[in-house]
Design a protein around this ligand. Structure first.
Ligand SMILES: Cc1cc2nc3c(=O)[nH]c(=O)nc-3n(C[C@H](O)[C@H](O)[C@H](O)COP(=O)(O)OP(=O)(O)OC[C@H]3O[C@@H](n4cnc5c(N)ncnc54)[C@H](O)[C@@H]3O)c2cc1C
Length: 637
């Protein structure tokens, strides 16, 4: 039996899904494999470090997180048991004590419920456990090697294989390679450089001055002193991590006030915080889950069939299958949300009946309502900072009240949860050039953020904490929508200013922390591996016409396209690297559902096996590879 070598570069959750699928196929088909895992850290966790503090939570309830395929979703069954994160945490003996989780066995503390959002360090432990389980159950025909290093280059070899170069210079030759390097960082742009230079240049006058471009790992926030005035830029999920680190992480505590609200007890080590962003409004809290593990709204209008029909019409009428999101897809999505909103309200009233889906047409009022859910600030102007502050806290309180009613009980949360439930259709509509370039640009700039803000926000508790921190004065809102950041050399401080109807308001601060994850743009990514594969033309940036949303170009099977647009033979890329051609690649799999992360991995592994079955003799492969390599060099020139 021929032995093949497979290298997985990056063993975070995505690499782990690939590993799990390879192990399953190898177990069923008794493949003789040498699996090389190139991962500088522990295998499994990726960004979800097991060493991070417990106050950093996952943003999906843990019972809806798994690493494994749903029963029947894949051909080859997993090698090991397939618990969800919650089931694993229970089996591992974790129990809840207050807001913390400890391995207490069967007694003490409280059971973990299906509704718990667990700390991300437990997610990291779960992923590391999954890796160890799979590794331990590999069939004897499979060898596994973990190279605790970074890959820095990838070269096609003359015999059609690939050489993976590690940072020590060691070279791994492989028949097949999977690229799953996950989250990356961009090199600083001009504005980043100016903000950082300013902090350095004025450090003598203001020793607190700092620009924190990348907040993770959050330990780096330790150098922010208690007296510093800190502006957190961005109000998404990373902002909640940063807030937690600078408050609870500094010894503060939240206590229940007996009426369902929280009060914050200061430790005295917290800096003074403020929040700013384009909108300066937090993401809506997730509604309490009332849909169980796999419950989802079954769409009437925004369906795969409807999207296909639109494509056929576009092809027939315009000669292109590309759609316009705002004009063609958004009306279906809004109709879906409006129907859910109206039927939730109707069925909540005694004797009420949901509108007949066949005849339901959203009214102008429905349209405004859905717009308000997606864009709460649209059309609003604030005369003063005080008026905006009032709006901010009212909005938070109203949203929390809806979240407590749940994702079925609240008309608002049920409507926005539609966006989560139809994600697979949205992905199919957007991916691989599904939208026109202009519409793709507009979708990512306008609607993607609105969808995230309204449907993929933090656990309810996080926004309760935000209110408590505002009440305690630890966080103060000192800016509004469309604020700007300047640098005041004389005062040696950054300045946050907003124009309100009655005049501009400016606020000086010392530390700017960017609460935003970098998108993956191969040309500006700081990874040597990415720079090298781009330089040698093994991959190219993905473009939809004249729009580059980020990511590298791939074919429909997940194989990177080289500089000439040719798919690379035995190379696949999954996850964040292909965010651009794909959409929303970073969500973890859900139990019971045909999850994208698992299905993508399964498809690529099947394609690898198909190549194993078809691989020509070495001489023929070498000839084919020579031709390809020459063409690639010419294209890269
Ligand atoms: C702070 C944070 C919190 C998140 N919370 C959630 C959440 O609660 N729920 C959710 O669904 N999603 C969450 N996500 C989204 C996240 O994208 C996924 O959960 C998941 O981590 C993606 O897995 P990945 O393997 O693609 O990437 P990563 O987790 O980034 O893992 C990539 C791995 O590749 C390795 N690597 C990188 N470069 C190289 C190289 N050159 N050579 C070798 N190895 C390399 C890295 O060391 C890393 O281990 C969060 C993301 C972040 C950043």
């Amino acid at each position: 039996m021929k032995r093949y070598s497979v290298t997985i570069i990056g063993m975070g959750p995505r690499g782990l899904s690939v590993f799990e699928r390879i192990a399953a196929v190898a177990g069923s088909r008794r493949l003789a494999l040498d699996i090389n895992v190139v991962e500088p850290g522990d295998c499994g966790p990726g960004v979800h470090s097991v060493r991070q503090p417990q106050h950093l939570l996952i943003n999906t309830i843990a019972s809806q997180v798994t690493l494994f395929p749903a029963p029947g979703a894949v051909q080859y069954p997993p090698l090991c048991a397939t618990p969800s994160l919650t089931a694993w945490a229970r089996q591992a003996g974790y129990r809840r004590v207050g807001e913390r989780y400890y391995r207490l066995g069967e007694h003490g503390g409280a059971d973990i419920t299906e509704a718990d959002y667990l700390p991300r360090c437990l997610l990291g432990e779960y992923l590391a456990w999954a890796y160890r389980q799979i590794a331990a159950l590999l069939p004897s025909c499979v060898n596994l090697n973990h190279h605790r290093q970074r890959a820095v280059d990838l070269l096609p070899l003359a015999d059609g294989r690939y050489a993976v170069e590690l940072e020590t210079g060691y070279q791994l030759d492989s028949d097949f390679v999977f690229l799953t390097t996950g989250h990356g960082r961009n090199v600083p742009d001009e504005l980043d450089a100016r903000l950082a230079d300013f902090a350095r240049a004025h450090a003598r006058s203001n020793s607190r001055l700092a620009f924190v471009r990348h907040a993770y790992p959050l330990e780096r926030l330790a150098r922010i002193g208690a007296g510093a005035r800190v502006a957190i830029q961005g109000l998404g999920l990373s902002a909640h991590d940063i807030i937690a680190e600078l408050t609870v992480g500094r010894g503060g505590a939240f206590v229940e006030d007996g009426q369902g609200n929280l009060r914050y007890q200061r430790s005295g080590a917290e800096p003074q915080l403020t929040l700013c962003s384009r909108n300066c409004l937090p993401a809506a809290a997730r509604g309490v889950n009332q849909k169980g593990l796999d419950g989802r709204h079954q769409p009437h209008y925004f369906t795969p069939a409807a999207v296909d029909a639109l494509r056929r019409m576009a092809l027939a009428g315009r000669g292109s299958r590309q759609l316009d999101f705002e004009r063609e897809l958004l009306p279906l999505l809004k109709r879906e949300m409006a129907w859910v909103y109206r039927s939730t309200l109707a069925t909540a009233t005694p004797g009420g009946v949901a509108p007949d889906p066949a005849g339901f047409v959203p009214t102008a009022e429905d349209d405004v309502l859905i717009d308000q859910l997606l864009f709460p600030l649209r059309g609003r102007r604030f005369a003063t900072l005080e008026a905006f502050r009032q709006y901010f806290t009212d909005w938070l309180r109203d949203d929390l009240a809806e979240a407590r009613l749940g994702n079925v009980g609240s008309a608002t949360k049920a409507a926005t949860d539609v966006l989560r439930d139809v994600r697979a259709t949205l992905q199919a509509a957007v991916e691989h050039g599904g939208l026109t370039p202009a519409s793709h640009r507009n979708f990512l700039a306008v609607y993607h953020a609105a969808i995230n803000r309204s449907a993929f926000g933090p656990p309810l508790r996080r926004n309760q904490e935000l209110l408590a921190l505002l009440d305690a004065g630890v966080i103060e809102i000192v800016s509004g929508p469309r604020s700007r950041i300047d640098m005041d050399g004389q005062a040696a401080s950054y300045v946050l200013s907003t124009g309100f109807g009655d005049g501009a308001v400016a606020h000086a601060f010392d530390v700017l922390v960017v609460a935003r994850l970098d998108g993956f743009f191969p040309e500006t990514d700081d990874s040597l591996l990415i720079r090298n594969v781009l330089k040698r033309g093994l991959v190219r940036p993905y473009c939809n016409g004249d729009f580059h949303p980020g990511g590298i170009d791939i074919d429909a099977g997940g194989r990177p396209l080289d500089a000439r647009g040719q798919p690379s033979g035995g190379l696949w890329a999954l996850g964040y690297l292909v965010e651009g051609a794909h959409y929303y690649t970073h969500a973890l799999p859900r139990p019971q559902l045909r999850s994208r992360q698992v299905l993508d991995a399964d498809r690529c592994v099947h394609a690898m096996c198909a190549q194993m079955d078809e691989l020509p003799r070495p001489a023929a492969r070498r000839a084919a590879a020579d031709t390809a390599a020459t063409a690639l060099q010419q294209a890269a020139l």
